[in-house]
Design a protein around this ligand. Structure first.
Ligand SMILES: Nc1nc2c(ncn2[C@@H]2O[C@H](COP(=O)(O)OP(=O)(O)OP(=O)(O)O)[C@@H](O)[C@H]2O)c(=O)[nH]1
Ligand SMILES: [Mg+2]
Length: 199
């Protein structure tokens, strides 16, 4: 079991010369705007306002770095897929993400968040394909599990796996930041080999 003992906001960046100088392994959170990236970061770290949460999609336009237990860096990437976005904003978003991925030697793992209530979108599929290309670990988390009927959980898992063309051994957890269901499983998966296990 991995325990999150402390979390510290380090910095926000849009380009490489603004990234923190870090020797720590990094795990990057990606997903559609409004899927719950900032909320899950607060839940994992047991902090209410570490990452900014809002009802306005597209709120997080920066790459945000958080140091966990002084040993691993959690990286919050800007969300994609909100409707009211101009072409130039979309290009800027793509560049921010790509610059980070290409210029981060310590990046070990991606956490792709999808909404467990819905079939993953075309943007989610494109993102999954894009992440696979980099040959790093990809962990998929279905968010907002509290909004799902118990009967629909298996169905949702199947739909996510099929739509994203996931192999059996590729990990998927459904999770809720509201009820905290599966929180410890998510922590163990997200920080596996990056933070020490405890009894
Ligand atoms: N019911 C429920 N609501 C959630 C959950 N996680 C997040 N939300 C809500 O979803 C909305 C968006 O959450 P954020 O964490 O800001 O989403 P985000 O992915 O960071 O969005 P961007 O910053 O725009 O990319 C907020 O109103 C949250 O309260 C969850 O597990 N259950
Ligand atoms: Mg956010």
């Amino acid at each position: 079991m991995i325990r999150i003992k402390n979390a510290e906001f380090i910095t926000s960046a849009v380009k490489q010369n603004q990234y923190p100088e870090s020797v720590h392994p990094e795990v990057a959170f990606v997903g559609r705007s409004n899927v719950g990236k900032s909320t899950i970061i607060n839940a994992l770290t047991n902090r209410r306002k570490l990452a900014k949460v809002s009802n306005t999609p597209g709120r997080t336009r920066l790459v945000n770095f958080f140091l966990i237990n002084g040993q691993a860096m959690l990286v919050d990437l800007p969300g994609y897929g909100y409707a009211k976005i101009s072409k130039s904003d979309k290009a800027a978003w793509g560049k921010i993400i790509e610059d980070y991925i290409v210029n981060s030697p310590n990046l070990k793992r991606f956490v792709l968040l999808v909404d467990s209530r819905h079939k993953p979108t075309q943007d989610d599929i494109a993102m999954m394909d894009y992440l696979r290309y980099y040959e790093k670990d990809v962990v998929v988390i279905g968010t907002k599990l509290d909004k799902l009927k118990r009967n629909d959980i298996k169905k949702s898992e199947k739909l996510i796996r099929e739509t994203l063309q996931m192999e059996k051994e590729e990990p998927l957890y459904l999770y809720s930041s509201t009820s905290k269901e599966n929180l410890q499983q998510v922590i163990d998966l997200v920080f596996k080999d990056l933070l020490p296990e405890e009894a």
